[in-house]
Design a protein around this ligand. Structure first.
Ligand code: GLU
Length: 325
């Protein structure tokens, strides 16, 4: 067995009995997840894949969608226009915080917190809500390599209970931070969050980001290479809720997590990694996901600032590996 496959199996075995964490419950539909679901996937930029556990279990992408929609807004409007509407400062506040939305704030802090993500979604261009949704789905389809679907029960569940997100949108409208029809922007935001993916999909999506926008397994150009640097930068500084600083310090790779228990991580020029396990810690990050990624980063020297020899070990292990092609 290849060294990467065997390490993934070890990690899966090591953490499958870890029972800390709780399912997200503020979106009622998310409580239906099985806390035992646990999958780990790696897709390398040269097209090898390694999978263990529940990598074909579907779940809703939730906040991980913010990364890709940000990329789309950048492609639709360019960096300067997007920066005027959504900043790139980490907040250290919870993802659903309202406290920085006031008269004095010119724009939401960054596209990874909900306020910034709703503002980002409101920038997606298209004639009417159907065209905007279709454009968004087409973008995700390029990343996934097949048709994608919105999970309607989760969409409706969040739409019916997302008062906090609705409040943010109203505040932003009041302060002139977003324009247009906010009900439509919120619907599109709830739809993007309710998109169904698997861990296998997420690793491929991460690998496309690691590979300058081209999916290594399908060869499809999912995103323009022009904005990958911007996308990875906000993931690095803001992607892991209010654990983002500690994550950057300990694990050191751009990543984004979501409340359904997925974490997507990008090792630039090397690989995409995804872990899916629904129980979350108090910051909203998957408990098993954090442990697996911290161990993988340490084992293969993946931290971007690990300048020791360790940095090459992932590459060496890949040379010795023969993953699924
Ligand atoms: N749809 C969720 C919300 O807006 C996404 C949250 C998340 O995954 O962080 O609350």
């Amino acid at each position: 067995m290849s060294p990467i496959q065997s390490l993934l199996q070890d990690l899966h075995h090591r953490y499958s009995s870890l029972s800390e964490g709780k399912l997200a419950s503020y979106i009622p539909e998310l409580t239906k997840a099985n806390p035992d679901w646990f999958g780990i996937s790696v897709v390398t930029v040269d097209g090898q894949s390694f999978h263990v556990g529940d990598v074909d279990q579907q779940f809703t992408i939730q906040s991980i969608s913010k990364v890709f929609v940000y990329g789309m807004a950048l492609e639709d409007h360019g960096r300067d226009r997007v920066l005027k509407r959504v900043g790139v400062e980490p907040t250290g506040d919870p993802f659903n915080s309202l406290i920085r939305l006031d008269e004095a704030s010119k724009r939401p802090d960054n596209p990874m917190v909900n306020a910034g993500a709703i503002a980002t979604t409101s920038l997606i261009t298209g004639e009417g809500p159907t065209e905007r949704l279709n454009r968004l789905l087409a973008m995700f389809e390029r990343y996934v390599g097949r048709d994608v679907y919105v999970d309607v029960p989760t969409f409706l569940s969040e739409r019916a209970t997302g008062h906090r997100n609705r409040a943010m949108a109203h505040l932003m409208l009041n302060f002139g931070m977003i324009n247009g029809n906010i009900e439509e922007a919120l619907d599109l935001y709830f739809q993007q969050c309710a998109l169904l993916v698997t861990g296998r999909d997420l690793a491929g999506m991460a690998a496309a980001l690691a590979n300058r926008g081209t999916h290594p397994l399908t060869g499809i150009q999912a995103a323009s290479p022009d904005y990958i640097r911007e996308i990875l930068s906000v993931m690095y500084t803001c992607g892991m809720y209010n654990f983002a600083g500690e994550w950057a310090y300990r694990v050191g790779i751009p990543a984004k997590s979501g409340v359904s228990g997925g974490i997507l991580a990008v090792v630039p020029n090397q690989a995409g990694i995804a872990v899916f396990s629904p129980p979350l810690d108090e910051n909203g990050n998957s408990v098993r996901g954090l442990r697996v990624l911290e161990d993988l980063s340490r084992e293969y020297g993946l931290h971007l600032f690990d300048l020791s020899l360790g940095r090459c070990r992932f590459g060496e292990a890949l040379l010795a590996s023969d993953g699924e092609n």
